[in-house]
Design a protein around this ligand. Structure first.
Ligand code: FAD
Ligand code: MLT
Ligand code: ZN
Length: 476
């Protein structure tokens, strides 16, 4: 029996003709790519786990061009795969068959920045790190940060409702995104690009597109509220003997660091082993079963330093943590963060990775890793846990030397049943994409899924936008 993650049969979309190519070449001179070598990397996802066979990559520069593309594709019944930086982890960013890839890579202009309100408006293809650098010069930061910052686009971040390393402090994109411009499947441009913090005039339509993974429209511009750059940043890397102690340290940090706590992340000793082995990153402290990365961000280094000192003293004297190191200067801060941010990269050197991104009541998050290890016995190469403790978000990853259907069958649906039994979410921040679409019912009631289907049918009646993704096969 094929896995529910496997691709369904190709739907009856049209196939690209010479006439279609002539149209795209006319409206996008030099930017309708058909060279198979150039298409190769856009057809394969970051994890190298899904491969499409698209023969056309379109690189629009303006909203008007996106509108013309979609109007044409809709009338011709041609399927389209919106693509940003192609760093998505659920197989949503690449075609399944021959869908046309619509890349936002050339839509990378910053449109406005208001240095009083901190509101940034930009095109969807701006790379997250470039936006951060732009804001850094102006004493602001982006409200989100993630390991893929050097490649991911802000449009892709919004389309996946990416969480990342700062969500604990600045909240999700559902709060910080103030407006969106979106091109609908038939080419209509929906201008909801507000730059207001408050706007209760009717339904908040932009929310429909945040986290919709390219299935309801193509995001072309984003306005986003950016926080001031903190004057003082500290990062602490700590070691704990048990996950219970790690949770107590989290509680303590919330109480003692209060408003300056900006991240509380963890990794286990298996992650550390992979960082050492594959990336030659050295453990900055002594070996422990669990490691914590805490970041504080504030406006007064003396005040922050004192708070941090008292917190560390308490954590050490009450034996919650066994070892630790603190960084205040940029290069050491970066080095400590890389111990957490580069786990994803270290895993790719193992061979093949089965990735799970689970929301759970925070006190349960590591139990799933322990239970999975026991459940799989010696069948996996490694079973690792890391993630965003502050958000109750576990990244459980299981590796094998190569794709292993028997291993996959042992992991799924076990992992989803386990999660549902705790009322957790089977996708905390990565979305459903191709791989997890059919597991949606573990986290959403069937009435909710049916309503999602109605919304999809209303906004994209021909289903041309990112087919085979996000919604389960039984809706189609
Ligand atoms: P893509 O991968 O290109 O696309 C992702 C999805 O969005 C696809 O379904 C695509 O069709 C759709 N899409 C893209 N652009 C648009 C658009 N303009 N309009 C409509 N739909 C669009 N995620 C987290 O939440 N938190 C993390 O901490 C995190 N860390 C990561 C670290 C690494 C090393 C990697 C490789 C990935 C990480 N991710 C994380 C996954 C994450 O989803 C993305 O990195 C990011 O949000 C995707 O942006 P992208 O531009 O690469 O989008
Ligand atoms: C992370 O938090 O590191 C990302 O979500 C990527 C991953 O899950 O590997
Ligand atoms: Zn994450």
């Amino acid at each position: 029996r094929p896995s529910p993650a496997a691709a369904p049969d190709r739907l009856p979309f049209s196939r690209i003709t010479q006439e279609d190519l002539a149209f795209f070449r006319k409206i996008l001179p030099g930017r309708a790519v058909t060279d198979p070598d150039l298409l190769e990397s856009s057809n394969v996802d970051w994890l190298k786990s899904v491969k499409g066979s698209s023969e056309l990559l379109l690189r629009p520069q303006t909203t008007e061009e996106v509108s013309q593309i979609l109007k044409y594709c809709n009338s011709r019944n041609l399927a389209v795969n919106p693509q940003g930086g192609n760093t998505g982890l659920v197989g949503g960013s690449v075609p399944v068959y021959d869908e046309i890839i619509l890349s936002t890579a050339l839509m990378n202009n910053i449109l406005t920045f208001d240095s009083i309100s901190g509101i940034l408006t930009c095109q969807a293809g701006c790379v997250l790190e470039n936006l951060s650098l732009y804001l850094d010069d102006r004493d602001y930061i982006m409200p989100l940060d993630l390991g893929a910052k050097g490649s991911c686009h802000i449009g892709g971040n919004v389309a996946t409702n990416a969480g990342g390393l700062r969500l604990l402090r600045y909240g999700s994109l559902r709060g910080t995104v103030l407006g969106l411009e979106v091109v609908l499947a038939d080419g209509r441009v929906l201008d909801c690009l507000a730059t207001l913090r408050k706007d209760n005039t009717g339904y908040d339509l932009k929310q429909l597109f945040i986290g919709s993974e390219g299935t309801l429209g193509v995001i072309t511009s984003v306005s986003i509220l950016c926080p001031r750059k903190p004057k003082s940043v500290n990062v602490v890397f700590l070691g704990c003997e048990t996950f219970e102690q790690l949770l107590k340290t989290f509680q303590l940090s919330r109480g003692m660091l209060g408003e300056i706590l900006s991240a509380f992340e963890f990794l286990d000793s298996e992650c550390m082993r992979l960082l050492n082995t594959h990336l030659k990153l050295r453990n900055p402290i002594s070996d422990c079963p669990f490691y914590i990365v805490i970041e504080t961000s504030g406006s007064d280094s003396t005040h922050d330093g004192e708070k941090l000192h008292h917190f560390l003293e308490e954590a050490m004297t009450s034996s919650l943590v066994t070892d630790g190191t603190v960084a205040t200067e940029d290069s050491k801060i970066k080095a400590l963060w890389s111990m957490r941010e580069r786990v994803t990269e270290a895993l790719t050197h193992e061979g093949f990775t089965y990735k799970y991104d689970i929301s759970l009541p925070v006190e349960r998050i590591y139990q799933l890793v322990t239970d999975m290890r026991e459940h799989l016995g010696g069948r996996a190469k490694s079973v690792v846990g890391y993630g965003h403790v502050g958000d109750g978000n576990l990244h459980l990853n299981v590796t094998s030397a190569a794709k292993d259907p028997a291993l996959l069958a042992a992991i799924e649906p076990f992992v989803y049943e386990w999660t549902a039994s705790c009322n957790g979410s089977i996708s905390a921040e990565h979305g459903l994409g191709l791989k997890k679409r059919n597991y949606i019912y573990y986290s959403k009631p069937s009435q909710a899924v049916a309503l999602m289907g109605d919304i999809k049918a209303m906004l994209d009646p021909k289903g041309i936008l990112n087919p085979y993704k996000t919604l389960p096969d039984d809706l189609k």
